[in-house]
Design a protein around this ligand. Structure first.
Ligand SMILES: [Zn+2]
Length: 226
């Protein structure tokens, strides 16, 4: 089974993709991780990608597609996988179809995580991170014990520029603009199931199980959690 999880930044799509990977015991492929790994390995592609990332620009499609293809070719695609952070635009979606078709595989399900913009803004704009040890806090859901101070190392917490409201709203807008055609394409193919990104966290596993069962991707008794 091959599942693609789509959703704007801050929608909780990463959490859901990880859960599906665990429940169905298939590899989770996160595009952001592939990029970061390529950069830290210092490969040719990694060096190219690093330049774009440091300038705050989007990494070009050919580079992203090449890295994903390399990763997928090393997997047994028949066993399936969960994909998070790809495809971001139509060109990437078409490339994914090509790679899968070459291997006789196809996407079984596209989960589209839907969240109101204001909810995303609240989630992300209240995030604080520690510049020293990298710990992440949330002023409402996971506040530090002492105001604005890291529990782990005592450093003063910062708000990353990515988490400022104006930047968040811009990221959301860019996401929808790029990904709308991808979603339309998958809707036409009958692959999309919409889920709310505003569900309480302990309700998420059951919702995912139900969808997987309804789509006959896995019998419920075969699903394992934790
Ligand atoms: Zn810290």
């Amino acid at each position: 089974m091959i599942i693609v999880v789509l959703g704007p930044p801050g929608s909780g799509k990463g959490t859901r993709a990880r859960l599906i990977g665990q429940m169905c015991q298939v590899p989770l492929i996160v595009m952001g991780d592939i990029l970061r790994d390529a950069v830290s390995e210092g490969s040719e592609e990694g060096k190219r990608a690093k330049g774009y990332m440091e300038r705050g620009e989007l990494v070009p499609d050919d580079l992203v597609i090449g890295l994903l293809e390399e990763k997928l070719r090393r997997l047994n695609l028949k066993r399936g996988f969960v994909l998070d952070g790809f495809p971001r635009n139509l060109k990437q979606a078409e490339a994914l179809d090509h790679i899968l078709r070459d291997e006789g595989a196809d996407i079984d399900l596209v989960l589209n995580v839907v969240v109101k913009d204001d909810v995303i803004v609240e989630r992300l704009s209240l995030r604080r991170s520690c510049p020293h040890c990298g710990a992440i806090y949330h002023l409402k859901d996971k506040p530090p014990l002492k105001d604005e101070i890291c529990d782990e190392c005592g450093s003063r917490l910062i708000q990353r520029s990515d988490d400022r409201e104006d930047v968040i709203r811009h990221r959301i807008m860019v996401y929808y603009k790029e990904t709308k055609p991808v979603l339309d394409r998958y809707i036409k193919m009958g692959k999309v199931v919409e889920i709310s990104g505003e569900l309480m966290i302990d309700k998420i596993p059951d919702e995912l199980k139900k969808i997987l069962h309804e789509r006959r991707l896995f019998p419920v008794d075969k699903l394992t959690i934790k």
